[in-house]
Write a protein that binds this ligand. Structure first.
Ligand code: FAD
Length: 254
C-alpha cells in the first residue's frame, strides 16, 4: 500500500507500433555494445572493476547494473566483494507476472480496430483481449498475476487453450477455429528476467532507494525496481538509467 501510494501516474501512455525492441535498438544505435553475452561476475575488489562475461573479462572504472530485482535477489550475477544489502533490498521487491499471447485472427475485419474484450468481468483469473491492435489481424491476450503463473507452470499450450476457451465462450463455440498462436511470452521462465515487474512486500517500500544507492561511487544501479515513483514501468527504468549514467559520469569527473 505504501509503495502504491508513492506511485505517480503520468497518465501519458504511448504505444510503440514497431515494438519495444525496435525502440531500444534505435536508442542504442551507434553505441558499442555486445549482445548475447551474459555477465557472470562483477569483481569490484580491485582498483578497476572486472566484469566477467561468457565471452571474456571487461575492465571498467564504473559499472551500471540494470538486471531485475529477482536476478539480484537470487544472486544470478555474483558480486565479489558480496553486496548483502543489495541482495536483501532486491528480495523485498519481488517480481509479479504478466504475459502476452498473440493469436492471428481470420476474418479480422468483422471487429473494430483496437477494441477490447474481458474474459470474465467478475473473475480475477481471467484474461483481457485486445482485438486488432493497430488494425492488425491479431488478438493480443494479456494474462496477469496468479493465472499467468499457473499457466506458465502448465506449459505454453495452456495459454492458448485458456484464451480459446474464454473467446469461444464470448464469441461462439467455433470461434477458436479462426485463431492461430503467433507468439507467447513466459517471463517467469525467462532466465534473464524471472518475472515481469516489481512490487514491494509489506514493510519494504524503502528498499527501492536502498537498491538504487551507489556503492563506493563506482557501482551504480538502475532499472524499474529502483524507481520510487515510476516502478514497474518502462519510463521508470529509463529515468533511473539516465540518473545512474549521470552519477557515473560525475564519478568519472565528466
Ligand atoms: C506483459 C508486460 C506488459 C507491460 N506493459 C507495460 C506498459 O504498458 N508500460 C510500461 O511502462 N511498462 C510495461 N511493462 C513493464 C516494463 O516492460 C518493465 O518495467 C521494463 O522493461 C523494466 O526494464 P528494466 O530495464 O528495469 O529491466 P529489463 O527490461 O528486465 O532489462 C534488464 C536487462 O538485463 C538483461 N540481463 C539479465 N541478466 C543479465 C546478465 N547476467 N548479463 C547481461 N544482461 C543481463 C536482460 O536480458 C534484460 O535485457 C510491461 C511488462 C510486461 C511483462
Amino acid at each position: 500500500m505504501h509503495d502504491f501510494a508513492l506511485y505517480h501516474d503520468t497518465e501519458v501512455n504511448w504505444r510503440v507500433a514497431e515494438g519495444y525492441g525496435a525502440m531500444i535498438a534505435a536508442a542504442g544505435s551507434g553505441l558499442r555494445m555486445m549482445l548475447d553475452n551474459p555477465v557472470l561476475e562483477i569483481d569490484h575488489s580491485g582498483t578497476l572493476i572486472s566484469v566477467r562475461t561468457a565471452n571474456g573479462v571487461l575492465s571498467a572504472r564504473t559499472v551500471i547494473v540494470t538486471i531485475s530485482s529477482a536476478l539480484l535477489a537470487q544472486e544470478r550475477v555474483r558480486f565479489t566483494l558480496a553486496l548483502p544489502e543489495k541482495t536483501q533490498a532486491a528480495a523485498g521487491l519481488p517480481l509479479g507476472l504478466a504475459n502476452k499471447l498473440f493469436l492471428s485472427l481470420d476474418g479480422a475485419e468483422e471487429f473494430e480496430g483496437d477494441s477490447r474484450l474481458f474474459g470474465h468481468p467478475r473473475e480475477v483469473g481471467t484474461a483481457a483481449y485486445h482485438v486488432r491492435p493497430y488494425g492488425r489481424p491479431l488478438i493480443e491476450a494479456y494474462f496477469g498475476g496468479g493465472l499467468a503463473d499457473d499457466l506458465e507452470r502448465e506449459g505454453g499450450r495452456a495459454f492458448v487453450d485458456f484464451a480459446e476457451y474464454e473467446l469461444n465462450g464470448l464469441l461462439g463455440s467455433t470461434f477458436s477455429s479462426r485463431l492461430k498462436p503467433v507468439r507467447l511470452s513466459q517471463w517467469r521462465k525467462d532466465e534473464f528476467a524471472l518475472g515481469a515487474y516489481s512490487y514491494a512486500i509489506p514493510g519494504h517500500h524503502g528498499d527501492r532507494a536502498k537498491l538504487a544507492a551507489p556503492v563506493d561511487s563506482r557501482l551504480f544501479f538502475a532499472g524499474e525496481s529502483c524507481s520510487i515513483e515510476s516502478f514497474s514501468t518502462a519510463h521508470g527504468a529509463y529515468c533511473t538509467g539516465v540518473a545512474a549514467a549521470g552519477q557515473a559520469m560525475a564519478a568519472l569527473g565528466r
